[in-house]
Structure formats: structure tokens, C-alpha cells
Design a protein around this ligand. Structure first.
Ligand code: EPU
Length: 351
């Protein structure tokens, strides 16, 4: 276990803004986590689990204890000729897990290649990209109950998974800490190529090979992984080069009436009908149309290749990035009567 007081957070989260945590704790076992929770109980400090810090914006110092899992174990719970059930520690790198599954010839995660962060965060915000979401793969989430210090296994159906959301984000936020996540992978996977340029890019590489032999399956999974990595590389800044947290905002959902009104006003408005009759709009498009793409205020900016991503070009403070986000929210609201909501978790917000 590693405990650090007044711990600098700049290198511990992907926005790379300067902030301190009152305490930072790396724990190597569930027993250590229990010990920390027990010892800390009397101090009344806030506590929060963190993974790779890829979805956080610190606007001020964190006054409590940040708990980081180093549980990186990975085991096969069940396997047959169709599927594999995996159990993975919360501290395992997400992309290393995707790469490993692809190399084994197990399908399901390949479209989620290149997403930074650790396994423990995947159920919390139900990570998603290129037509696949973590909820399509997660079968159960193992947690520590902060009150009883007992372990529990929560079936996926109980986790309230929705677009970039789960019960871990609100009602379970103070209650459970994710220790392990269980995933179902397929040995006879269906490939999702129908998102944006994915299918065309796969064809450019010669397309998927026909056949069900294990080597062909591995080649196809690898081709899709490399394609996704290449697309991401073109659109999204690498967090080790330019501070960012991926999409800063969620794609907004609006009712049919507003959608129809906007559609007549703006030709080519990208929108997707939802099962409940509402419409999901593209936040990137709305921000782009407000003229924010590529703009920069000091070291806080809007990424030129994907305006949904706010970046720290070097020395931006968390507050400067938040100010920029608020200006964008204001402009999108004024222009389109659509409210953008941050996907990133903002800590220490002033209002
Ligand atoms: N667009 C523009 N201008 C641009 C870029 C995009 O108008 O400069 C419009 C286009 O109409 C495009 C649409 O935005 O068709 C969608 O763009 P994209 O395919 O890049 O997807 P996104 O909806 O902007 C979401 C996720 C990303 C994920 C991609 C691919 C959210 C909040 N974001 O972005 O996730 O990588 O789809 O699946 O749902 C993340 O969560 O951190 C993240 C990067």
C-alpha cells in the first residue's frame, strides 16, 4: 500500500491540471482497502475511488482521500466452445485487457480499443465507442460495500446501465467501490462495423477474412482493433501529449418536437431516434456550428479534430477549462435551445 499526503494530481489524471489530494492511497488488496476505510472512518474526510483519472476535472484541490485500486488480476471463470467468462481486477488497464482478449481470439471488446483508463471505471460510466458499450459485455460487478465492508456481486441487470450512465454514478456513488468486473466474451463474435467510417476503413485494408478458424478470427479481431485505434488517433488527442478527458459533454437527448423544429432550420442535423421516441443529437456538431471548433483561450481549448473534446495545452487551470465549458454550454443553449451536460466528473466546482 502507498499513502501519500498532499499528493500532486497532475500526472494522476489525464487533464493534467495542477491540484493536490489531501491523501492519495494505492491499495493492493481488498483487505488493504477495508483497512483504509476503517481507519479513515473517524476523520470524516470525503473519499472517492479513482482509476486512471481519465474522466475527471479538478477545479480545486481535493480535500479528502482518493482511493486507487492496484488489483490487476485476471482470470477465466468459465469457458466453452462459444464463450468465455472473465473476471478482472479494477486496476487492470482497460486497453491492455482489450489487446489480450483480441490476441486470444475472444470477441466483444475490439470496438472499445484505445479507450484510456482502468477496468473499474468501465461499469461506472458504461464506456462506449463505435456502436458498442461496456454493458454489452459486463455480466456482473463485484463491489465492496463502504458501510458494512462486505463484498457483494451485483448482476449487470441491477446496475441501471444507460448511455454513459449507471447507478454507480449517482445512488451508489457513496455506497460501493468496484473491486472486480466480470465480462462475457465470444468465440463466435458478430462484428459491429456499422458506425461511421469503420466499415469503409476495414474494406480499405482488404476487409474481413471469411472462415471460422481460430487464426482467421484472431486476424479479423486484430484488423478491427487496428482500424479503431487509427480512427481514434486521427480524432482524439493522446492524453500523454495534450491534457484531455475524451468527450467533455454527452450527446444530448431532445424531445421530438424540438428535433423537428431544429431539423427544418438546419439541413444535415445529425440525429438518431431513440426507442422512447426522443432524439439524440451530436454535441460535436452543435459545438462546431457555434464556431467553437479549434478555439483556444489561454491554454484551454476545443480540439480542432473533435470539438467534443476540451483540452489543456499545458498550464490551464481546472477553472479555466470549466469556464470554457460553460461558455460553450451557454452558446449551444442560445443557438439551439439544447442543454449540454458534461460527461466528465467535475470536482470542486464553485457553483
Ligand atoms: N461532428 C461534427 N464536427 C466535428 C466532428 C464531428 O459536426 O468536427 C459530428 C458529425 O456529424 C459526426 C458526429 O459529430 O457524424 C459524431 O462524431 P463521432 O463519430 O466522432 O462521435 P461523437 O458522437 O462525437 C461519441 C463518443 C466518443 C466515441 C465516439 C465514437 C460520446 C459523448 N462520445 O462521440 O466517446 O469515441 O462516439 O463512438 O458519446 C468519450 O466518451 O470520451 C469518447 C471519446
Amino acid at each position: 500500500m502507498n499513502i501519500q499526503a498532499f499528493s500532486p494530481l497532475r500526472e494522476r489524471h489525464s487533464f493534467h491540471v495542477d491540484a493536490l489530494a489531501r491523501y492519495w492511497v494505492d491499495y493492493d488488496s481488498v483487505g488493504e482497502l477495508c483497512a483504509v476505510l476503517r481507519d479513515a472512518a473517524g476523520f470524516g474526510l470525503p473519499m472517492m475511488p479513482v482509476g486512471g483519472g481519465n474522466n475527471l476535472l479538478f477545479v480545486s484541490d481535493y480535500p479528502g482521500i482518493l482511493l486507487h485500486s492496484c488489483l490487476q488480476d485476471r482470470s477465466v471463470l468459465e469457458e466453452n466452445d462459444r464463450e468465455v467468462l472473465l473476471r478482472v481486477g479494477a486496476g487492470h488497464s482497460w486497453d491492455a485487457l482489450v489487446a489480450w482478449c483480441v490476441a486470444q481470439g475472444w470477441g466483444g471488446m475490439q470496438n472499445l480499443s484505445g479507450i484510456p483508463g482502468e477496468v473499474g471505471a468501465t461499469p461506472v460510466q458504461n464506456i462506449g465507442a463505435y456502436g458498442v458499450e461496456a454493458k454489452d459485455l459486463i455480466t456482473a460487478v463485484e463491489v465492496l460495500d463502504r458501510e458494512t465492508l462486505g463484498l457483494k456481486t451485483l448482476p449487470a441487470v441491477d446496475c441501471g446501465f444507460a448511455y454513459r450512465h449507471s447507478r454507480f454514478k449517482d445512488e451508489w456513488k457513496e455506497r460501493y467501490i468496484v473491486t472486480h468486473v466480470c465480462f462475457r466474451l465470444s468465440k463466435k463474435p458478430e462484428f459491429r462495423l456499422d458506425y461511421g467510417a469503420v466499415s469503409a476503413r476495414v474494406e480499405e485494408q482488404g476487409g474481413l477474412q471469411q472462415g471460422s478458424e481460430p487464426q482467421i478470427l484472431r486476424n479479423n479481431l486484430q484488423l478491427l482493433r487496428q482500424t479503431i485505434l487509427a480512427i481514434r488517433d486521427e480524432k482524439l488527442p493522446r492524453t500523454d501529449k495534450v491534457g484531455n478527458a475524451g468527450s467533455f459533454f454527452m450527446n444530448p437527448e431532445v424531445d421530438r418536437e424540438l428535433y423537428l423544429r431544429l431539423k427544418t432550420l438546419y439541413e444535415g442535423l445529425p440525429a438518431w431516434e431513440l426507442p422512447d421516441g426522443r432524439y439524440k443529437l451530436s454535441a460535436a456538431w452543435l459545438i462546431d456550428r457555434c464556431g467553437w471548433k479549434g478555439r483556444r483561450q489561454g491554454d484551454a481549448g476545443v480540439w480542432p479534430a473533435q470539438p467534443l473534446v476540451l483540452v489543456n495545452y499545458g498550464q490551464a487551470a481546472g477553472q479555466e477549462i470549466l469556464d470554457l465549458a460553460r461558455e460553450i454550454i451557454h452558446d449551444v443553449q442560445e443557438s439551439f435551445a439544447v442543454r449540454l451536460h458534461p460527461e466528465v466528473i467535475i470536482l470542486g466546482e464553485d457553483a
